[in-house]
Write a protein that binds this ligand. Structure first.
Ligand SMILES: [Zn+2]
Length: 352
């Protein structure tokens, strides 16, 4: 016999708020398998008893009580490894580079998806419930995170932008708040990697040596890219070093590499660019004879193509910022993302 979750949901939620994000229509048995049974079994039974829902028959009761923590439902090769979730793909890649084969690192948001206004799914919550740690960006990037974390109070989370010197958003609704896109500067990426290293060593000290070695090697690669970026930017005449894009996501990289940033909107919003925003960029592009404009992979490039049409500038392609590309795309890792963006920018500025 199975009891529909829907019938009892309202009453159960009084006792176990974290059920709010589980799929409707699940049986109690399925729910108990997904969640930490020890923690919720008594709450479920109490809730059922008080609500007058059909009671769980004895055979299911014993299964509810006996169900182990589903964290270990992974295959035997991976069952002893720590599972670390990150909010988005860019920091998942950084995490994988530090973790190597000693821990499992996965992103909640999939490649190509928008991160700012993401809406977590019930299955995201189930995955998070089983994770040993969650790594996020902070600086108001994950607007959905607070509510999400409220549903998984026992899973700890660490913010990787800790220690970064924030750049403030210059306009719009987020004016004066820190710009969230700190990972876009390799200088900051070194801070992220150090925070990841510390988090993994604390979580899993047995593998500390590996995490320390991996973090050092990965930081070295980031430093090499940093040098390469400086060299590539230096070939562009100083008065032509403009980075024109859709979102103001390049404040850190432009600050650190001597570029000027121009954008349609400051931080991703649900709306398209307003006519005023488009007009402002058109005027800036014309006044400074900027030869090329760009947009990011995760948003519509329509408004920026309009800027290109009305100014005679070339539309130079997409930058990757808020997400890596799919594995066969040009920005499948964080390091490739940085190289792709700078190569695309420099080629565009040189009219190639
Ligand atoms: Zn963004």
């Amino acid at each position: 016999m199975k009891i529909s979750f829907n019938n009892c949901k309202a009453r159960l939620l009084q006792y176990i708020p974290s059920l709010a994000m589980l799929p409707e229509g699940d049986s109690l048995r399925a729910i108990s398998r997904r969640l930490d049974a020890k923690r919720i079994a008594s709450g479920l039974l109490l809730g059922l008893w008080i609500s007058g829902c059909s009671p769980t028959p004895p055979d299911e009761q014993s299964q509810v009580n006996a169900t182990p923590n589903p964290t270990n439902s992974l295959n035997p090769v991976t069952k002893d490894k720590k599972v670390i979730l990150t909010t988005f793909t860019v920091i998942a890649d950084m995490g994988k580079n530090v973790a190597g084969d000693k821990a499992i690192v996965e992103s909640i948001v999939k490649p190509g998806s928008e991160i700012h206004g993401y809406e977590p799914t019930p299955s995201d919550l189930v995955r998070a419930q089983k994770a040993d740690l969650i790594l996020d960006n902070g600086l108001n990037l994950e607007r959905w995170a607070e509510k999400f974390y409220n549903n998984i109070p026992k899973v700890s989370h660490i913010t990787l932008s800790q220690g970064v010197q924030p750049v403030e958003v210059a306009e719009d609704a987020y004016k004066g708040k820190p710009n969230p896109h700190a990972w876009m500067s390799p200088q900051n990426a070194l801070i992220y990697v150090e925070n990841i290293r510390k988090a993994l060593v604390d979580l899993d000290p047995v593998n500390a040596d590996t995490y320390n070695t991996n973090a050092q090697a990965y930081s070295q690669k980031i430093k090499e890219i940093d040098q390469k970026l400086r060299k590539e930017v230096s070939v562009v005449p100083p008065d032509k070093r403009y980075m024109v894009s859709c979102e103001g996501a390049f404040s850190y990289i432009t600050r650190d590499y001597g570029l000027k940033e121009v954008y349609l909107w400051a931080v991703n919003s649900e709306q398209q660019a307003t006519p005023k925003q488009v007009e402002k960029v058109i005027n800036t592009v014309k006044a400074n004879k900027i030869p090329v404009v760009f947009c990011e992979s995760t948003v519509s490039d329509e408004a920026q193509r309009q800027v290109a049409r009305e100014t005679g500038a070339k539309f130079g392609g997409v930058f990757y910022v808020d997400s890596l590309s799919k594995p066969d795309g040009p920005a499948s890792t964080y390091l490739k993302l940085l190289e792709h963006n700078v190569t695309t920018l420099i080629k565009g500025l040189q009219g190639k």
